[in-house]
Design a protein around this ligand. Structure first.
Ligand code: PGA
Length: 258
């Protein structure tokens, strides 16, 4: 059985390296008290060198970035390339987060980023999700498109390197009671898995991790993972609070470490 993956998206927080060190130490502590859980910390890039040193020996916590350029180098103001990040032991990259899509990033841009990350040996976590839902179920078509634009650019053999994070935008930043229910999530995870199976077959599809993100808190983490069939969680604001984040890790733990 593979580990439950819990990704901490710190977004543009905290504002000091001192707090970054404290939150990271909390994630490390939390990860060592849980079993069968792997934690990915995605801090602001500036903190990577120092946090890479702190996490050097850890096998249960690895580092990710919140975005990545689709290019190697050049006239791309404000961007950072995979080659610049690799020395800091960056293993993962969140790509296509809704907060980046809101700034104008398209499915096409996201697909190029995913392909480049794979070429550089960084594992892409592709974020998808609808902004709103209506009774006609149009959001299912949107989810399919968000996936297919990326799949079209990837080699068949590379698909297993992808992690898909389903994050309904309407749940992001909300309270636990406004998150998706495990029953709704079960349906969506099944739908995403079905798209993968149609295209790549059952064996390959089962290797692709599907995560859930959007208002994940200590009180809903357990049911969201255990009752929906997803392989892990993407946690925003609750990942900045070491106590709450530790509780999330224990909630999804196979069994708490002694
Ligand atoms: P949230 O954020 O956990 O604060 O809802 C999730 C995300 O945006 O990745």
């Amino acid at each position: 059985m593979r580990d439950v993956l819990v990704v901490a998206n710190w977004k543009m927080n905290p504002t000091t390296i001192r707090d970054a060190r404290r939150i990271c130490a909390g994630a490390l502590r939390g990860a060592t008290t849980a079993q069968g859980v792997h934690v990915v910390v995605c801090p602001p890039n500036l903190f990577l060198p120092e946090l890479a040193a702190e996490l050097k020996k850890s096998k249960v916590v690895t580092l990710g970035v919140q975005d990545l350029s689709s290019e190697e180098a050049g006239a791309y103001t404000g961007q950072i390339s995979a080659s610049m990040l690799l020395p800091y032991k960056v293993v993962w990259a969140l790509l296509g987060h809704s907060e980046r899509r809101a700034l104008g990033e398209t499915d096409g841009h996201v697909a190029l980023k995913v392909r480049h990350a794979i070429a550089k040996g960084i594992s892409p976590i592709l974020c998808i999700g609808e902004r709103e839902r209506n009774d006609e179920g149009a959001f299912y078509t949107l989810i399919r498109t968000q996936l297919e634009v990326v799949f079209a650019l990837l080699k068949r053999k590379d698909i297993v390197k992808l992690t898909i994070a389903y994050e309904p935008v309407w749940a992001i930043g909300k309270s636990a009671s406004e998150a998706m229910s495990a029953a709704q999530l079960y349906e969506m995870a099944l739908y995403i898995r079905k798209i993968l199976i149609e295209r790549y077959g059952r064996a390959t599809a089962s290797e692709v991790r599907i995560l859930y993100g959007g208002a994940v808190k200590a009180e809903n983490a357990h049911t969201l993972v255990r009752d929906s069939g997803v392989d892990g969680l993407l946690v925003g604001s609750a990942s900045l609070d070491p106590k709450q984040f530790g509780a999330i890790l224990r909630a999804v733990s196979v069994r708490p470490a002694p």
